[in-house]
Design a protein around this ligand. Sequence first.
Ligand code: CA
Length: 379
Amino acid sequence: MERRDFLRKAGLAATGAVAAAAGLAGCGQEKKEEAKGPAVQPKKTYEWKMVTTWPPNLPVLQTGAERFAKRVGEVTDGQLKIEVFAGGELVPPLGVFDAVSEGTVECGSGASYYWAGKVPAAQWFAAVPFGLNAQGINAWFYSGGGLQLWEEVYAPFNVIPRPQGNTGVQMGGWFRKDMNTIDDFKGLKMRIPGLGGKVISKAGGTVVLLPGGEIFTSLERGVIDATEWVGPMHDLRMGFYKAAKNYYYPGWHEPGTCLEVMFNKKAYESLPLEFQHILDAVAAETNMWSLSEFEAGNGAALQTLISEHNVNLVRFPEPLLDELRKLAKETLEEEAEKDPMSRKVNEAFKKFKAQWGVWGSVADNAYYSVIADKYALKK
Ligand code: CA
């Protein structure tokens, strides 16, 4: 740190020396200006590009990435400008990690489970079925060693990750039929990505991968029988209530999906130290902002879905969730065997979750059951 400061100061001094030399080489005009006092050095500015995996204007996700860039600009007084490109505008949505890794752009925003094909261990930092919720995953990142592990996982790719958002507990999804037992998943065609999708496959379902823009039509026409998306705020916007009436909860497959911002290591380290701190601080601020937007927006949207669109809000039966939990455990153990880093991350995750889960059950869980009001949602 001290060395970096020294180098930076040395750099500024060198810039001053060059300016002084230019002045000496100049004519009398410069001499006149010199009499007014030393010239103010223009502040060095940095112009960065950020690519995201999200469609343009997608609330909280894309707008969160844009908010991040805007805040960095404000806090650095315009010295670090980040231009944001939505998915496909500069690179394909799933090309974000490679673009940051290769230094095509300085930073990116997405969710780490998108890179599972390239970096299997990355999945644990986004969403784990029956894993940590937003509070839990933030506790793991900031105070339980999770972020250091994440940095270790991305290090071979020259990428530095930071948590930048969280959806909170998602919804279980929209189903055209009733889901009573685990057998109801047999032959069910569902749009559900990631580890949750692997669990549904184990239960006998068929996982269908669809781009966001095709989900509604596929559900409406019966090409798929069910889909998950995010939570009430985003699901209302997609209009799924017009295609399927049963809205199941909880989102066991994505209990607190973490969104990420990632920096190309060389670009990040080429910034003055205070700008690196600013990027970290604004990422943490955006993480808090994003969760707040979801928590506030989901409550209001759920009420709209119930009272205006007559949605049938249903909790998955407990025995069905128990079966899914068993299948999720098998899935995670299989995934963890894919490479040594996945095994290491899975072990650390399990250890943290076991300890945190006990605390959660005596703290938040007990408190929620005390304040729950079954009649708060008005038809
Ligand atoms: Ca989802």
